[in-house]
Ligand binder design. Structure first.
Ligand code: HSE
Length: 409
């Protein structure tokens, strides 16, 4: 019999325990091992909880028990999760985590520690909740040269934008509703300002392109400035505004990870991902493109991914080297600056004749993809051209109210 220890008995940790006991028989048949939740580490007591007898307050109890082979880290944050996970790996215990901040900030160190001790550090639950995306990227899609990844990686902001898009609700009202329904974080700035999606795109970028990408290397813009008018203009042009986490490899071999609101045209499946659902689109030379879709947050969806990792860890006989990456090389610019960004753009403006949009498009050498009385959409261009277009509109007396890039499908 092998024991599983759960670190953190909050929403996700309690989901891991609940789902494990709901499906224990099936999990044991799948792994060929008898398994038990041996310990639950938390600062709090849980009187009356059916598993209160497993609660411990000292990580040392778990580290000292040789029967604990697997650890589910569901505490969140970097401290003390980093220290606890590192010590578990050093003690020969494999760890599965739902903690995207930990993986985005310390993943390279923990992957190296796991390798040194012949165990695994898995993190399927850290991106997209229930959606299998980490494992498919380095197993099923391993034969591909993956060139880019883009997705809706934050359920809260997607819920807010859908309310704005479908129900004509203003930003503040939609956020209030998301908080009331329990989707948003207590302090929703990590959702709204893009920090949560940033950590997730760091993890996907590191895995796909093989070197650690840190949150401070990612251009990150949230949805605070998106107005109902922006959403309505995108709709007029046949698209929806979504918070998109994306990374692509550029011609010079560098990568450009970004998090920003983008117009996603209706032809893209991503534009139809609504509510708290997440989706990740992957482009590769063999697959063309493939989309992964599912619940990006919540107790049992996230617990499903954590337990899936534990089940895989039980079956592994050594470290899975394909699910890892190298530390970032000092002095090597692997991540391109935002100046290298290019995309079509959607401009919302003061009232303006269509002729002006077309005239300026011709002057700066872009195609006018669409125009309305209060804005236009122009074809793919670099930052310099997008700026020139904006300047020339200003010279014509047109006020630019917003500029939102358009996702290329
Ligand atoms: N607050 C996050 C979201 C939770 O809304 O997607 C899952 O990471």
């Amino acid at each position: 019999m092998k024991k599983i220890a759960v670190l953190g008995y909050g929403v996700v940790g309690s989901g891991v325990v609940e789902l494990f006991y709901r499906n224990q028989k099936k999990i044991e048949i799948n792994t060929g091992e008898q398994l038990e939740i041996g310990y639950i580490l938390d600062l709090r007591e849980f009187p009356g909880d059916p598993y209160a007898d497993r609660v411990v307050h000292d990580i040392q109890v778990i580290l000292d028990d040789p029967e604990v082979g697997y650890v589910a880290e569901c505490m969140g944050g970097v401290n003390p999760a980093f220290e606890f996970v590192k010590r578990c790996l050093e003690s020969g215990k494999s760890v599965a985590t739902s903690n995207k901040q930990l993986v985005a900030e310390k993943g390279d160190i923990l992957l190296e520690t796991a390798k040194q001790h012949g165990v695994n550090f898995f993190f399927e639950a850290s991106v997209g909740g229930a959606i299998p995306i980490i494992r498919p990227l380095h197993t099923c899609l391993a034969a591909n040269d993956i060139s880019s990844v883009a997705g809706i990686l934050n359920g809260t902001t997607n819920f807010i934008l859908e309310k704005m898009f479908c129900d004509n609700m203003g930003f503040a009202d939609a956020l209030e509703l998301a908080q009331k329904l329990g989707y948003a974080e207590k302090d929703p700035s990590a959702d709204v300002d893009g920090g949560d999606a940033c950590r997730k795109i760091c993890i996907l970028s590191s895995l796909v392109f093989g070197k650690h990408v840190y949150p401070d290397q990612v251009y990150t813009k949230g949805i605070r400035d998106i107005t109902l008018e922006d959403v309505q203009l995108a709709q007029k042009f046949g698209g929806a505004v979504k918070l998109i986490g994306a990374v692509k490899r550029l011609d010079d071999g560098k990568i450009l990870p970004t998090v920003m609101p983008m117009v996603v045209m209706n032809e893209s499946l991503l534009s139809h991902v609504n509510g708290v659902f997440n989706a990740v689109m992957v482009w590769g030379d063999g697959i063309d493109k493939t989309m992964f879709y599912g619940r990006g947050a919540g107790k049992l969806p996230t617990a499903s991914a954590v337990l899936g990792d534990i089940i895989d860890e039980v079956k592994q006989t050594g470290t899975v080297l394909s699910q890892s990456w190298e530390p970032a090389e000092e002095g090597v610019d692997f991540v391109a600056p935002i100046d290298a960004f290019s995309a079509p753009r959607c401009y919302r403006t003061s009232p303006c004749g269509k002729g002006v949009f077309a005239k300026i498009a011709a002057e700066v050498g872009v195609e006018l993809l669409g125009s309305a009385e209060n804005g236009c959409m122009i074809s793919v261009c670099d930052q310099k051209t997008a700026e020139a277009y904006k300047q020339k509109l200003a010279q014509e007396g047109v006020t630019i109210l917003s500029r939102i890039p358009v996702l290329e499908d």
